[in-house]
Design a protein around this ligand. Structure first.
Ligand code: FES
Length: 165
């Protein structure tokens, strides 16, 4: 196990272990072309999200500007700089879903979850996001919870869908 590039800025031992794991991944990937996205993916898997201090750590370890790291994170919607919920709800607002009631699903979910799109519930259970087409246009409106796609979602069924999680 390589450890030479570890410059840990952790606050507790759990954080320290995660940073160590991420440092090991950086060692493995840093000489490979185009490895930044791969490193960020794995870092998000390990840490759960990509806060600024972790972005700084990755930039310093790779000897690249912080702006390069944060630029990639901002560009790709699958990267998150805030803690995420246990489950991710994505409601489609692509054209087909929009005209068939996607907006109503969003309004109702905001009421049920008591958060706005882009946020995570206080209990850390759900992160709620808006998506642009999830490939179920023929059966709109559609939404996803983690990897499960729900098609022709009726606004009245949302509570029973959420209760499964
Ligand atoms: S527009 Fe919603 S699934 Fe395609």
């Amino acid at each position: 196990m390589k450890t030479e590039t570890v410059k840990c800025c952790c606050q507790n031992s759990e954080d320290g272990e995660k940073y160590q794991e991420i440092a090991n991944i950086i060692d493995l990937y840093k000489d490979k072309k185009g490895s930044l996205i791969q490193i960020l993916h794995l870092a998000q898997e390990i840490y759960g999200y990509l806060p600024l201090k972790l972005q700084k750590f990755i930039a310093a370890s790779l000897e690249i500007p912080l702006s390069e790291v944060s630029g990639v994170i901002t560009f790709y919607s699958f990267f998150s700089t805030k803690p995420r919920g246990e489950h991710t709800i994505r409601v489609c607002l692509g054209t087909a879903c929009y005209v068939r009631g996607g907006k109503k699903l969003i309004e109702r979910l905001q009421e049920i979850l008591k958060i706005q799109a882009g946020d995570t519930t206080n209990d850390g259970k759900f992160t709620f996001e808006i998506a642009r087409c999830i490939g179920a246009c023929g059966l709109a409106p559609a939404m996803m919870i983690d990897d499960v796609v729900y098609k022709q979602v009726n606004v009245n069924k949302l509570e029973s869908i959420l209760s499964k999680y």
